[in-house]
Design a binder for this molecule. Structure first.
Ligand code: BDR
Ligand code: CA
Length: 320
């Protein structure tokens, strides 16, 4: 990709092991207008500090704004069993050498969308900030090129059998975001389970060396050490969040289908499930356009996994 082709994006995240890998890819492959943090994998104070520490590690000049510390309505759930108590368990991040740029992450999202039309928004945590931006400003989502999010899945969840963590953590927010006034690309578990990190990949990263590859190797090694404590249908840990980022920077590696996607906010067993309408999907994997003319949601279901892993390694090599 040429530097000129780098898409301009906003990031909303909860670092978080795999959010950290996403941030390395974002610094390498995109023009990032700003990073907003949200309470998710761990509390907001940790996700914000981790984002600042990752920017320090990469010597990356990007503003980090803190957003919402809790979901709209749901009881807060976190995932320290996957990410450690700090959110970056098993890693050796430096002390942040910079301050948070502001504590109004939602205002920053809105201002950024109004300062420049056509930004991509890449959320990789609970969707609280994005939903609040949409509720505070009706025109917010219409200013975006689109929202490409990590969350959901067409075939079940990870935190429950029906729901994926980011959507389950704030289902009401997710329901708002899937109704955005722009294309919404869902990079859910069906997709992210195609990009996994094993011991050989960690060794490859160690061989690259430098701060970014070392960080990503530490994340993969920590997840491998704890793998099995959480449910996936994969043989090694999925690297969820960078997949959503790469779907914006390297879309040729992905395939998806435009089809209705809605979030279940009720339900005893199914709260937080993303219901993907696959009735209209043809054998060729495309939905009949006439029927779906108004639909803005896309189920991104296929990625070239080895190519995605190569891109993550190549991103790391920029700091070697
Ligand atoms: C998602 O949940 C979080 O734990 C990860 O960071 C990722 O965004 C995967 O379900
Ligand atoms: Ca995340």
């Amino acid at each position: 990709m040429t530097e000129a082709a780098r898409p301009r994006i906003l990031i909303d995240c909860d670092p978080g092991h795999d959010d950290a890998i996403m941030l390395v890819c974002a610094a390498a492959y995109a023009d990032v207008v700003g990073v907003v943090t949200v309470g998710g994998n761990v509390a907001l104070e940790h996700t914000t500090r981790n984002a600042l520490a990752i920017a320090t590690l990469l010597d990356w000049d990007v503003p980090v704004h803190a957003g919402a510390d809790r979901p709209l309505l749901a009881e807060q759930v976190t995932a320290p069993e996957v990410h450690g108590e700090s959110g970056m368990g098993g890693t050796t991040l430096p002390e942040p050498d910079r301050e948070v740029a502001g504590y109004d992450g939602i205002g920053f999202l809105i201002e950024s969308a109004h300062a420049e039309e056509g930004l991509w928004l890449v959320p990789t945590g609970p969707l609280t900030n994005v939903a609040l931006a949409m509720r505070c400003d009706r025109s917010f989502s219409s200013r975006l090129a689109g929202i490409c999010l990590m969350g959901g899945g067409a075939e079940g969840g990870n935190i429950t059998s029906a729901a994926e963590f980011n959507v389950f953590a704030d289902p009401e927010a997710a329901a708002i975001v899937f109704g955005a006034d722009c294309p919404v690309r869902m990079c859910g578990l069906d997709l992210t389970h195609q990009v996994t990190g094993d011991a050989a990949y960690a060794a490859r990263l160690r061989g690259i060396g430098g701060p970014a590859a070392t960080l990503v190797a530490e994340v993969v090694e920590d997840e491998l050490a704890n793998f099995g404590r959480y449910a996936t249908n994969t043989e090694s840990p999925p690297l969820h969040d960078p997949v959503a980022l790469l779907a914006v920077t390297h879309p040729h590696l992905f395939a998806g289908t435009v089809t209705p996607i809605e979030v279940e906010t009720g339900g005893h067993l199914s709260r937080g499930a993303t219901v993907v309408d696959r009735r209209l999907v043809t054998a060729q994997g495309t939905a009949p356009g006439a029927t779906l003319a108004e639909v803005r949601t896309e189920w991104v279901h296929t990625v070239d996994g080895p190519a995605a892993l190569d891109l993550i390694a190549d991103a790391c090599a920029r700091w070697a």
